[in-house]
Design a protein around this ligand. Structure first.
Ligand code: UT7
Length: 344
């Protein structure tokens, strides 16, 4: 075995250093699709949507204006860099959590890196649907702690409008488009960083929420063979049940691992799936309203975009301060669910 120093493993970050979220940014398209607009397209009503989901409107990209998943990512990460007072050239890795990238080859992250001028940065996409940003944040933290990278741009973005069948009222009313980003980097304050994380998947539940690409998938999922390919399919009731139970388990598991109580957490930044799902967890744990931000009324469920959009809006509103404890929580297709608990 060679003893050359080039082959030595990268030293892990010493415990005298921490990891901090140095900046955040987000981007939503200007175009608003309200429940009233959907009433004109579908057999639905504003009342039904508000009662069942809490959603009043959502934002969707206008492809004619050149808006896409990639343009949202570029703006969100650009704003996070500005917030962190950093140049793109200081990033040494970009991770984009998305399940609606305009291409899988190349990864969206590579083009975002090029457009921002993050020359030399590594870049890859990560697919974990609505849990994507939380999974990417945990991955970024682990890579920084392992000493592999100093500064990572983490983006969660989904252009759900590109995979929706706007004749299927049981699915399309829920989703919108958004991107949010965070710059994760080494700090000399050892108190800052991830305290604990949980990440899970149960692939047996895949037919409850999936994007069919082949007729074989429809057959395997027990769906009708004339179901359109390339459009999101969801068993709403099954996903609802999964989300309500996993969401509570996830909060309990994360608190237990960190040896903390609900009262000690300053903010629960949650995936915006359905206002009723959020409310059930809030009531169960006695979490005060001001600790669980909800913006689903204006943005719907933006999949991987929803957690970082909430986090950025909270930060920009001055509601999040240095040293606070923040629990990020998400769940979605896969089925997947995960959390990330930080001392900011
Ligand atoms: O990130 C995770 C992604 N997914 C989720 O979080 C989704 C979780 N699930 C849900 O949020 C809910 O299941 C939905 C909001 C999607 C649906 O609400 P629900 O209370 O579970 O409704 P349902 O599917 O049981 O349908 C009840 C009725 C049905 O009519 P009948 O059979 O009772 O006559 C549906 O056909 O509501 C009807 N319906 C609608 N009516 C008006 C379904 N969608 C609509 C609609 N407008 N958009």
């Amino acid at each position: 075995m060679s003893t050359s120093s080039n082959n030595m493993p990268t030293p892990a970050l010493p415990s005298t250093f921490g990891v901090r979220i140095a900046g955040t940014g987000s981007c939503v398209p200007d175009r608003v699709l309200s429940n009233k607009d959907l009433e004109k397209m579908l057999d639905t009503s504003d009342e039904w949507i508000v009662q069942r989901t809490g959603i009043r409107e959502r934002r969707i990209c206008d492809p004619e204006k050149g808006e896409s998943n990639r343009t949202l990512c570029v703006k969100a990460l650009g704003r996070a860099l500005e917030d962190a007072h950093m140049q793109a050239s200081e990033l040494d890795l970009i991770i984009i959590a998305t399940c609606t990238g305009e291409s899988t080859v190349p990864a969206v992250a590579c083009r975002v890196a090029a457009e921002l001028g993050a020359e030399g940065a590594a870049a890859f996409d990560l697919v974990a649907a609505c849990s994507g940003f939380v999974f990417a944040l945990n991955t970024a933290h682990a890579l920084v702690r392992a000493g592999a990278f100093n500064t990572v741009g983490v983006v969660g973005c989904d252009q759900m409008s590109s995979i929706l069948d706007y004749t299927d009222r049981s699915v399309c009313i829920l989703f919108g488009d958004a991107a949010g980003a965070a710059v994760v980097r080494v700090t000399d304050d050892p108190a800052k960083g991830l305290i604990t994380q949980c990440m899970h998947a149960d692939g047996t539940g895949w037919p409850d929420l999936y994007l069919p690409r082949h007729a074989e998938q429809l057959i395997a999922a027990g769906a009708s063979e004339d179901t359109p390919l390339g459009k999101l399919k969801m068993n709403g009731r099954a996903v609802y049940k999964f989300a309500v139970s996993r969401f509570s388990e996830l909060i309990e598991e994360t608190l237990q691992k960190a040896n903390l109580t609900v009262e000690q957490i300053d903010h629960f930044v949650c995936h915006q799936s359905n206002a009723r799902i959020l409310e059930s967890a809030r009531e169960r744990f006695g979490i005060p309203e001001e600790k669980m931000y909800v913006n689903i009324d204006h943005y719907g469920n933006s999949s991987a975009g929803s957690v970082p959009l909430c986090f950025d809006q909270l930060r920009q509103a001055g509601k999040i301060t240095d040293g606070q404890l923040v629990m990020f929580l998400a769940f979605g297709a896969g089925l997947t669910w995960g959390s990330s608990l930080w001392r900011l």
